[in-house]
Ligand binder design. Structure first.
Ligand SMILES: [Fe+2]
Length: 356
């Protein structure tokens, strides 16, 4: 990230995450203006109040917003009581905040409360989706922005679990997660989005739980190899030169190596990651493998990957609509993608699959 670009966590800290759903009702000029305004806002990391759980202890200061001013309501180490939460609810506070420098502790807290949030029948699905999505993208962002370690890889693997559990419990969660997903492309939002679409497609196909878990983990980690590629190439606004593209083609191999060296030994996951740019007609990379050597999980991730890349906005290209993206994939990528899987994906995106 350079210049005026904000990281997703900073962007969200300023209340600026534009979702796919919101983007539909805003013009490009309005979106640009929101982004400019957000640069001038103080940095506070916001969370829905529902994330703060009764009888828990916070390792960060808690603030609420009162007429555009942040007011401290609980000092770090303070216990969260029922009375405290009731008071915030009755004052109609839907969000709580912590200063950006304490957002690491807030993220750890949010991560630890995720299961309890998901199981709470009082919390609406859209709010749960927002909590799941923001936690997953914040953790993926840390993975890409810090030195890669076994710990942060495991943390990223774990964060797909709540996502998977929610979809397995109620298939319509996929739609809700897609609605809150990011309209702009960042490597870490892309990683989470690819897991959402992969989980959706896997579930539509009726994959077994074990395969679903591997699929979700491979999907969120599929681009981790980009951390080894020159950042100027990864973030280049526009077409890569053939030399740059050759360098970029190494990222699936790097991902395979990074994961293996950090203790991930499941070959099904490793191969799905390494083969996500292989094409059925043998024109993909890194190996140019023929169809019979490309696993079903790699084929699913390839579809989710391309679809999300087409439907998100980058500095040099607009986002395509779902319809246009699917049309391109169907009409212009024949021979590259698995036809049956693509058909199932198109059905899923048309809302024709309502759960296995
Ligand atoms: Fe990739």
């Amino acid at each position: 990230m350079t210049g005026r670009c904000l990281s997703m966590r900073q962007f969200r800290a300023r209340g600026g995450n534009i979702s796919q759903q919101e983007a539909k009702s805003l013009s490009d000029d309005q979106i640009r203006q929101i982004k400019l305004d957000i640069h001038d806002m103080p940095e506070y990391y916001g969370m829905p109040l529902s994330v703060i759980r009764e009888n828990s202890t916070l390792n960060f200061d808690l603030f609420v917003k009162v007429s555009d001013q942040f007011k401290k309501v609980l000092t770090r180490s303070g216990a969260v009581t029922k009375n405290f939460l009731d008071a915030l609810r009755s004052a109609d506070h839907e969000s709580v905040y912590t200063p950006y420098e304490q957002s690491g502790a807030a993220l750890e807290y949010k991560e630890s409360q995720l299961d309890s949030v998901i199981r709470d029948p009082e919390i609406e699905m859209d709010e749960k989706s927002e909590v799941i999505y923001s936690t997953a993208t914040d953790i993926a962002e840390e993975l890409f922005n810090s030195p890669i370690t076994a710990d942060n890889i495991n943390r990223t693997r774990s964060v797909v679990r709540p996502m998977l559990e929610s979809v397995l419990a109620d298939y319509t969660t996929v739609e809700s997660l897609i609605a809150v997903s990011s309209y702009d492309y960042y490597t870490y939002t892309h990683s989470v989005d690819v897991s959402i679409y992969s989980i959706g497609l896997g579930q539509a196909l009726g994959l077994e739980r074990n395969s679903m878990e591997r699929l979700a983990e491979a999907a969120i980690l599929h681009d981790v190899g980009k951390s080894q590629i020159d950042i100027a190439i990864v973030n280049k606004p526009g077409r890569l030169t053939s030399e740059e593209f050759e360098a970029m083609k190494m990222h699936p191999v790097f991902a395979y190596e990074i994961l293996r060296h950090n203790g991930l030994s499941d070959m099904v996951i490793l191969e799905a990651v390494r083969d996500h740019h292989e094409k059925l007609n043998g024109t993909g990379y890194p190996k140019g493998k023929p169809a019979d050597q490309i696993s079903q999980l790699a084929r699913i991730i390839a579809i989710a990957d391309i679809f999300n890349a087409l439907t998100t906005r980058r500095s040099y290209k607009e986002a395509l609509t779902t319809f246009d993206a699917l049309k391109i994939m169907r009409d212009h990528m024949e021979g590259e993608l698995d036809k049956e899987l693509l058909k199932a994906f198109i059905y899923m995106m048309a809302g024709k699959h309502k759960g296995a």
